[in-house]
Design a protein around this ligand. Structure first.
Ligand code: IPE
Ligand code: IPE
Ligand code: MG
Length: 232
């Protein structure tokens, strides 16, 4: 029997700021270190043949942070994709984005759209960035689309089901995550994939995200694999 592997793993990459502080560095240096950990996890997903990795990069609540930190977090995707896109092409990785892209600063939006556009024919690992994302706003924007369909008589309200609704979520083309990992010690969901996580296993690690690595990631996945063996 071959080992069960999740189709979709989602990560709340928490603890960057505290990691920076604990080393006498700035919170922003923590965020940069977080992108380096992210690369390792992406490679682990390719090696493990996981199909989708969703990474919570910026929540709609994160706008309330100090301006210099928000500015840095908005600059990071520009820097990251500029440097990493050729590598993603080589690894056949497809980039997707979930979130309200329209209200990102111009340079951030352009960098993200370019990454999505350039990698759209790749059929390896999907790396989905939850950027300017919140679960409630995801559901609300889906409801807006749905109401339009009802108004245009594309669907009868009595025929509305979960499948029909899901097609309007930011994650529409993706399977639901089977596991959600949160690093950094907090045991919260922080408005992440609240519809999509209905059946997901939750895994919490005390390690700050910049210290999260392939071994710790594999350990988290092994935990869920164990439950699958017992369950089936
Ligand atoms: C998570 O790390 C990354 C983002 C929210 C962008 P934090 O910045 O929340 O780090 P802590 O939780 O303050 O240590
Ligand atoms: C969740 O972390 C959001 C991201 C990782 C992008 P936060 O640090 O922003 O969440 P709270 O404030 O602990 O809920
Ligand atoms: Mg945090």
């Amino acid at each position: 029997m071959s080992l069960w592997v999740p189709n979709h793993v989602a990560i709340i990459m928490d603890g960057n700021g505290r990691w920076g502080k604990s080393r006498g560095l700035s919170r922003s240096e923590g965020h940069f270190a977080g992108t380096q950990a992210m690369e390792k996890i992406i490679d682990a997903c390719v090696e493990m043949n996981i199909k989708v990795l969703t990474l919570y990069a910026f929540s709609t609540e994160n706008w309330s942070r100090p301006a210099d930190e928000v500015n840095y977090l908005m600059y990071l995707p520009v820097k990251f994709f500029n440097k990493k896109l050729p590598g993603f092409m080589k690894k056949n990785i497809r980039i997707l984005v979930s979130g309200n892209i329209a209200s990102l600063p111009d340079s951030t939006r352009k960098a993200v759209i370019k990454a999505v556009e350039q990698t759209k024919s790749n059929d390896g690992l999907i790396v989905n960035f939850a950027l300017n994302y919140s679960g409630r706003s995801d559901i609300l924007q889906a409801v807006r689309h749905l109401v339009l369909d009802i108004q245009h008589k594309k669907i009868d309200i009595n025929q509305l089901d979960e499948n029909y609704f899901q097609q309007f979520l930011y994650t529409k083309t993706l399977p639901d995550p089977e596991i959600i990992i949160r690093t950094g010690g907090e045991k919260r969901i922080s408005n992440f994939l609240i519809w999509q996580s209905a059946q997901a296993e939750l895994y919490f690690s005390d390690v700050y995200f910049p210290d999260f690595n392939k071994d710790l990631f594999r350990k988290a996945i092994a935990e869920v694999q164990k439950k699958h063996r017992i369950g089936f």
